[in-house]
Ligand binder design. Sequence first.
Ligand code: M6R
Length: 623
Amino acid sequence: MCGIVGYIGKKDAVQVLVDGLKKLEYRGYDSAGIAVYGGKNENKRNTCTGNNIVVVKCKGRLDSLQEKIKNSIIRGNMGIGHTRWATHGEPNDVNSHPHVSHSSKIAVVHNGIIENYTELKEFLESEGFEFVSDTDTEVIANLIEYFYKYYHKEEITNAVVNSLKLLEGTYALGIMCEDFPDRFIVARKGSPLVIGLGENENFAASDIPAILAHTRNTYILDDDEVALIKQDQVIVYDGFGNEVKKEVFKVDWDITATEKSGYEHFMIKEICEEPEALRNIINSRIKDGEIVAGDLSIIENEAARVNKIFIVACGTAYHAGLVGKQVIETLAKIPVEISIASEFRYQDPIISPGDLVIVISQSGETIYTLFALREAKRAGARVLSIVNTVGSSIARESDNVLYTLAEPEIAIASTKAYNNQLAALYIVALAFAMKRRTVNDRAALEIMEEIKRIPELVAEVLNHREEVQKFAARHYNSKSVFFIGRGLDYALSVEGSLKLKEISYIHSEAYAGGELKHGTIALIEEGTLVVACVTQNYLKDKIMSNIKEVKARGTLVLAVTQSRFTCEVSRTADIVITIPDMNQLLVPMVAITPLQLLAYYFAVQKGCDVDKPRNLAKSVTVE
Ligand code: M6R
């Protein structure tokens, strides 16, 4: 939700900021803007400005901003930038960031929400400050100016620190003051922020991809920290103004992970990366017939004592949790409760100190999941997180982290991260089962061997992706698509349905096969497309009956099934997509891939903006 960048050094700040914003567009893309210190504003047509800070911003994608920059005079070696996902005020030029204070002395970019902005605005208005936008961010710019003008004329950092004390809500902030050409300030509470350390230049950004082309040395800011960033120095303060000694976090990502590398979209690139991503996690955690969990004390030392597990997550990560619940209960025989993170803390969950909470998140920054984690810790539970982004808030606040090792995921629609979240959950389930002796050594070994085969099975599915593409070319005009399945296939259906609707905008619902006739079947009509998942032998006859029920009402049925059931399923379904034969408990890691491809090719056929679907942002950091 919104991306911010900052730069100070010798390079052209405009270029550095725009390049950084390109890497953050996945966080929001309804408007964008930059503020750069330096260069008189000789052309005021398209800019709003103080004497030394020039701001160019506008509604729309980065292309529109770049166009506007071309027609403006904006140059300098220090600046801040923003790409927006609107929360307060519609996306338009005025509401775009950066926001400048009343006298244009202070410029601010912000990711987060200020909950008490109305009160603060009223106060500032009573002090003579005028506002032009509908945003909460403009309040921050004016509040800093208020403190700066009246109390801290000499030092902008103190004005910032005092302003932050009054803010309720969440923020990652980039701040410039026209009296200080040698520094910008960043601050964080609840929204991610990383500082990039260069040679005679320094950077700040909401996420690592924005600075990866310049440096791999970073400081990851913690909540309540404020940093003063100069060309040759970065000083970090805690919430009380004490200097903090930060550890350098070295990023070891492959830079191509943030490039399309010849693929038309990040989404298809990331689907094609699934075998490799799965290999990363599986090979690092399963070695010589053992689960490697030395770094996970919850598994190593506490597995036998866990009474109950809660799984908490949002969106696709929650759908991975639906699979995880069934797998943990089947293998480790521990009762698992699963909750949507945004509901969790309001449900007053009954958590006891012996319970384990597993939170799942690709970004590691989803605010609901982070709050759920804190709630769980308050209640005395241990927290194991399954996270993709190294150094993210959720990873840092958990007792143990099992990294999914899927490398950065850029497309808004989560694909390879989901497969790896599943792999992580299978590993956890099996590790618990082995410690609790709910599966014997032989069975455990067989499951581990099967898990090791998963990357090649996914690769096999990808080799036949034209089948899905051809199907999409014929049926992408479907108005409504229903997904059905039972047991693990139901969990799979829910994720298949989300993928389709979020990127192709086709209405879609997922139902447990037996539940459809309790109401929703009324929506089924002649020609409706139904996608049926038929991978579980013990439920096959049941789901086949459900398929017959919808066929009897004139639907077109696409079935996803294991090779050994193809003959039988194709007698009823119209089209069958086959995945290789495998252990049915492990199927979701492989069977999700054709569903992701289906969503992708439908969206491509419809001409949708696959990587940046409307209204969405990759990381949801506001409540
Ligand atoms: O970063 P997280 O895994 O915590 O994100 C959770 C959801 O916001 C995310 O999975 C969302 O549902 C994706 N758009 C799904 O493709």
